[in-house]
Design a protein around this ligand. Sequence first.
Ligand SMILES: [Zn+2]
Length: 254
Amino acid sequence: MWSFRAWRRRRLLQRVALPQAQWRELVTSLGLLRGLSAEELRRLQQLVLLFLAEKSVVGVQGLVLSDAMRLRIAVQACLPVLALGLDWYRDVRSVLVYPGGFVARHEYQDADGVVHIERAALSGEALEQGPVILSWEDVAAESAAGVNLVIHEFAHKLDMLNGAANGLPPLHEDMSVQQWSADFSAAYASLVAEVERGGVTVLDAYAAKDPAECFAVLSEAFFAAPALLQDSYPEVYGQLQLFYRQDPVLRLGR
Ligand SMILES: [Zn+2]
């Protein structure tokens, strides 16, 4: 079927290219991208070009974003949809980047109809039908094993494609919602138990907050510390492999 968007994308890719020196530097500096084949890197580069052309990535609170900074955000955002395509981010129009952590103000109504205002200090946030918000300080930081803020927030966006984030993104036809729920529930229960025992969790304990955070945190781990995730929760690793259509353990071993 003829699509204006597809035509516009093809035209853009014919005319625009990423600065190659900057691209090579990024590829060698980000451990996440290790083991990607030449073909996968070529595809990733195309996704990044389209991402930057179609979405606005802007600094707020006086932060001026350089091309290298925007590229660094875009490449991490595009890695999870490398085998899925950019349409999976159709609900993302903009990415707002604060210089550091920011305070989010949330309003919610309780069962009695009382409106509460909550303020929380955050390093990132994904709003349903709204922007992805990131703290540059946290994007740039050398973080702990398996932690990746950009992938975390964009995983929430994938989760929100079928309504409020609940740890169940729209699955592919060859996947089973029952199996996904069973595997994630088991991992979630085990994480919650680990946190309640007060022990040190192998993966980020924030995964035990709720099922939506569990999916986002385990997605981070899937890309940023895949062997650790596969050892701890092999069934979840398998589900994420089916969902993202990637096998980071295999490619990092390459
Ligand atoms: Zn989150």
